[in-house]
Design a protein around this ligand. Structure first.
Ligand code: GAP
Length: 589
């Protein structure tokens, strides 16, 4: 398992071998922006390709979309991003540093002050004197604006409280707050950088603004999309009309998103420009399912969720997509024990959301969101219907036919039941009855399940999981070591490396080139003729190449070559056709 310091080793490997560079590095870089080098862009493509094949091409019920990054600004008003897509931001009144109010203690834990205070508490043995000595000494340089450093009476009050408390139970956050607030009536949150007072958090909108057209004024303001999802809602009717799909079906999109993150951090984990892979899967409202099937299958019915069923309600569809997403994450190479499902508590959900599950991966800096799967009701389509004045309803013939079979009494009972349920959700009786009347005509605004993943985050997780430093002992007992990326063959940037055993035998060299030219038309391949074969293997191990092929004199006689497996280091002789069969099997999604 990687720790935070091994993340530095991985970062340096990624730079050295051409996976990831700082954007605009020659000008000192720009925080939150990253470039993917020759190997990085291949790996990223492989992740996207795998997602696309699994989510779109291998399914009959999902269509693709590639929409623009800049859309009509009204999209962002309707979606709620203009008004609510913000992070709470705070500023230190002393050092003027800006930070996310909900990340103060994470920043504290990661920097020198946090590390020092955690250590001092561990080593105190219950005696506060060393901690107080820190406040009188090193803290003057580390946290010059901490009230206990500036003011002797705060330090005295803190000392008294430390003497009266059991220090072995105290954590570093409480200790730092004590040095900021002891003996005072007002409580401040101390800056994790200098100990100064932080301002009250204020919402900071994360959308990047730009101007469309030559005149830089309010009217021409547009935004770089903060998620790819909204374009899918906006183009919903076009895709429906042109693809001949019927609900339930999905629309998928991969593309760039932009968020002006207050504190981009943890390498590429939280970037300002990143790529998303999003699916909006449109389903019938449960009430429509009930009319068609006579019942709605719920999770409590313990349904088989391996293949979709018409009677599923939103709960089961949500669970189905969580399972599909877990399978994909595992298929890309993350062991199932390396990520967990985190279910959002009701109070964490947006008002329109019914459920949300995050898949969280154990990154070296902690358990963090890899992707989210949300059940968003009909909120998004209804918002766009309201703001654009264009209908987002679908016509569902099956529903209309099923409704036609209901007699007047069952229709009236059904309407009463829906109105009763909606009342408990705070909705008006008339809204419920209008909705039911439209259902009887076969019309409704679809609900949506949204699996939303980040390409960059997935790539970081895969790199962290794949990295290993191995100690080896050769046949003669000689110790050696290697760095290896155990990437899934489908995800690895280079699939096969071809080596001629020697450079100076034209016939052998020519044969090796011929095999390389043949393979590169089909697979991302790498040619290497320099250095000992062992060193060539090491260079490929470090970038995760699953197979290395050595062409030797025997190849000239019988067409076989040595194929060396990256993980087992096993070497087998096989022909070119056998190699292609083996590779195709491993690379197929
Ligand atoms: N449409 C829903 C949506 O955008 P989100 O949880 O904000 O939901 C979905 O984002 C995924 O996008 C996240 O799980 C993550 O993988 C990726 N993501 C979000 N913000 C990111 C950032 N600043 N840097 C890198 N990836 C990010």
């Amino acid at each position: 398992m990687m720790n935070e310091s091994s993340l530095d080793v991985l970062t340096s490997l990624c730079k050295r071998r051409g996976f990831i560079y700082h954007s605009s590095e020659i000008y000192g870089g720009i925080p939150g922006f990253w470039d993917y080098g020759p190997l990085g862009c291949e790996m990223k493509r492989n992740i996207k390709e795998d997602w696309w094949k699994t989510t779109v091409r291998n399914r009959e019920d999902v269509e693709g979309l590639d929409a623009t990054i800049i859309m009509h600004p009204a999209v962002w008003k309707a979606s709620g991003h203009l008004d609510t897509f913000s992070d709470p931001m705070t500023m230190c009144k002393s050092c003027k540093k800006l930070m996310r109010a909900d990340q103060i203690w994470d920043i504290f834990d990661e920097n020198e002050i946090g590390v020092t205070l955690h250590k001092l508490l561990d080593q105190s043995g219950g005696d506060p004197s060393k901690i107080v000595a820190w406040c009188k000494g090193k803290a003057r340089g580390q946290t010059p604006n901490l009230p206990a450093v500036l003011n002797a009476s705060v330090l005295t009050a803190a000392y008294e409280q430390l003497c009266n408390n059991n220090l072995t139970d105290m954590d570093a956050h409480t200790l730092y707050s004590l040095f900021a607030n002891a003996g005072s009536d007002i409580t401040i949150t101390p800056c994790p950088h200098c100990g100064g007072e932080l301002t009250k958090p204020r919402p900071f909108n994360l959308m990047f603004k730009t101007v469309v057209g030559p005149v830089d004024d309010e009217k021409n303001t547009a935004y770089l999309r903060p998620e790819t999802a909204q374009a899918i809602f906006v183009q919903f009717q076009n895709v429906l009309a042109t693809s001949r799909q019927r609900v339930p079906f999905g629309i998928a999109q991969i593309g760039k998103s932009f968020r002006n993150e207050v504190t981009p951090r943890n390498y590429t984990f939280r970037s300002r420009e990143f790529e998303q892979m999003e699916l909006e899967y449109f389903i019938r409202p449960d009430e429509a399912v009930e009319i068609i099937c006579g019942k709605v299958t719920k999770l409590t019915d313990n349904p088989d969720i391996s293949a979709p069923n018409e009677s599923w309600g939103w709960e089961v569809w949500h669970k189905y997509w969580v399972e599909q997403r877990k399978q994909w994450v595992a298929q890309c190479g993350l062991p199932t024990e390396s990520f967990v499902e985190s279910v959002h508590a009701d109070e964490e959900l947006a008002h329109y959301a019914r459920a949300c599950v995050d898949l969280e991966y154990r990154f070296p800096f902690g358990l963090q969101e890899l992707e989210g799967i949300a059940a968003r009701s009909d909120f998004d389509l209804s918002q766009h219907q309201k703001h654009s004045g264009k209908t987002m309803e679908v016509f569902d013939e099956t529903l209309k036919l099923a409704a036609r079979k209901m007699d007047d009494k069952s229709r009236a009972d059904f309407a009463d039941k829906v109105a009763e349920k909606w009342r408990t959700l705070g909705k008006e009786d008339s809204q419920a009855r209008d909705f039911v009347a439209r259902l009887f005509e076969g019309r409704y605004v679809p609900h949506v399940i949204e699996p939303s993943a980040g390409v960059d985050r997935m790539m970081l997780a895969l790199l962290c999981n794949a990295y290993e430093e191995q100690k080896l002992v050769d046949e003669k007992g000689k110790e050696d070591s290697r760095v290896v990326l155990h990437l899934e063959p489908r995800i690895a940037p280079v699939k096969v490396a071809v080596f001629p055993l020697v450079k100076n035998k034209p016939e052998l060299y020519g044969k090796a080139r011929e095999i390389f030219e043949h393979l590169r038309r089909r697979y991302a391949s790498f040619w290497d003729h320099s250095g000992a074969i062992g060193r060539r293997y090491r260079r490929q191990d470090e970038i995760g190449t699953p197979w290395c092929v050595t062409i030797d004199f025997q190849t000239l006689n019988d067409g076989t070559m040595t194929v060396r497996n990256r993980d087992s280091m096993e070497q087998l002789r096989m022909t070119l056709s056998e190699l292609k069969i083996m590779m195709d099997k491993a690379l197929l999604v």
